[in-house]
Design a binder for this molecule. Structure first.
Ligand SMILES: *Cc1c(COP(=O)(O)O)cnc(C)c1O
Length: 423
């Protein structure tokens, strides 16, 4: 649905910004500046989201309560630390389309992925294989391989890659179906990135979930590049679990605490194997410390430790912005601004630029992965020197992601102008 007639002019970009219902939010973020004090064109929110100005106040509050109250802050702080993670749940749940009881902020992505595999990768001699997409983020591959080895399997036999076809970059759902037709009864877990970090391709989550479940496999999603970017509608989509980080599109600071979703259907299954810690234990008796482990129903039952409040404070600040702006509106702008970026890139003459990300907005978030023919990293370095913060992946891909909360149409216009000047 392309209703706007795009124009390749700075005036048009500025006009789009004027009419942008989310325009007030850019000013609520710290935009990095170059040596001359000029705002940079920051298109790297897929790697590290920018800092909301609110974060400082939210963290300051906890520092003050800690200095004034010491241990009493657990119950007496303005925002008591004992239930602090609960303050994030409802807002986070909306962003990923889950019920609050299905979501918890805890640990970091890779840790949560391992915890989820402890529960949802239960191999048997007949059913022990795991499927991931072939260009999965390296950390996910390491995590999966180590789980396979932990259970005594060789990744050579037990890890199946869902690959793009020869000479292509994107994965076809039909190819995943074929794998499941031939090997489905041996597959214990399908673990797919909702949005691929390299190509920007968003996968059909509902179809993948139904496919996996139809063949008796468990299904998990890595939303590292999905959370805050696309709407995965986790409850309805129905995977068994999902994990994500909060420092990319969720703007919650480097290394900040991650998220975890466990579908409602597992909420009360106390027989499910899991690694446990006191924070997952029944809140009524948590401090008695003499009881048998009694899991909190829902995702909270997977918590291990009392969480880092300073990190949760940053997440809380960021989620306040998401809540106010409304994720539907954020996604609507994301589609518009990414379409505009795509249009401008296609206006570049010659055939030096190829966009490998799918064209259909339903099959992508805001990231476009651009392949530049005959280019090497020198081009990217010059682009950075020209004040465009993007991301380079060997051998020749530049990833750019206009984040709808703080990027402007003017940002996108400037980026393409500066790239053109270098080609
Ligand atoms: C960013 C990212 C990670 C990072 O994992 P951490 O545990 O937060 O360091 C993992 N997987 C994917 C797909 C990512 O994009």
């Amino acid at each position: 649905m392309q209703t706007t007639q795009h124009k390749n002019t700075l005036e048009f970009a500025r006009e789009q910004d004027q009419n942008d219902p989310l325009k007030i939010y850019r000013n609520q973020f710290h935009i990095p500046k170059d040596k001359n004090g000029e705002e940079q064109v920051y298109l790297c929110g897929n790697s590290l989201g920018l800092q909301p100005k609110l974060v400082k106040d939210y963290i300051q509050q906890e520092l003050e309560d800690w200095s004034n109250l010491g241990v009493e802050g657990h119950t007496e702080a303005k925002n008591p630390w004992m239930p602090y993670h609960e303050f994030l749940t409802e807002k986070m749940a909306k962003i990923v389309g889950a019920k609050p009881s299905e979501v918890v902020m805890m640990n970091t992505l890779s840790v949560n992925l391992h915890l989820m595999m402890v529960s949802f990768y239960q191999p048997t001699s007949e059913r022990f294989k795991i499927i991931i997409e072939s260009d999965a983020f390296p950390s996910d591959k390491y995590a999966v391989e180590s789980q396979l080895k932990f259970h005594g399997y060789d990744p050579k036999d037990a890890l199946i890659l869902w690959k793009p076809r020869e000479g292509e970059e994107l994965c076809h759902f039909e190819d995943l179906e074929k794998i499941m037709e031939t090997e489905g009864d041996q597959v214990a877990l399908l673990l797919i990135g909702s949005t691929n970090y390299y190509t920007g391709q968003s996968f059909p989550l509902k179809k993948i979930t139904e496919l996996g479940h139809r063949h008796g496999a468990k299904v998990g999603f890595d939303l590292a590049h999905g959370a805050g970017n696309i709407q995965p509608n986790l409850h309805k989509t129905g995977p068994d679990f999902a994990v994500w980080c909060s420092y990319k599109y969720l703007n919650s600071g480097p290394g900040s605490v991650g998220g975890c979703f466990v579908h409602e259907r597992h909420a009360n299954n106390k027989d499910l194997k899991r690694f446990t810690g006191w924070w997952g234990h029944n809140k009524q008796t948590r401090f008695n410390m003499r009881h048998e482990f009694d899991a909190i129903p829902g995702a909270e039952g997977w918590q291990l430790s009392n969480p880092p409040i300073l990190s949760l404070a940053a997440i809380r600040a960021s989620l306040a912005i998401f809540e106010e702006a409304g994720f539907k509106n954020i996604r609507a702008k994301s589609v518009k601004i990414t379409n505009y970026l795509e249009y401008l890139l296609k206006e570049i003459e010659g055939d030096q630029i190829e966009i490998i990300t799918p064209q259909n907005p339903e099959e992508r978030g805001c990231q476009l992965s651009i392949k530049v023919k005959n280019a090497n990293k020198a081009l990217f370095d010059k682009l950075m020197a020209a004040g465009v913060i993007a991301d380079w992946r060997e051998p020749n891909v530049i990833r750019v992601a206009p984040a709808p909360l703080y990027n402007s149409f003017e940002d996108v216009y400037k980026m393409v102008e500066r790239l053109k000047a270098l080609l």
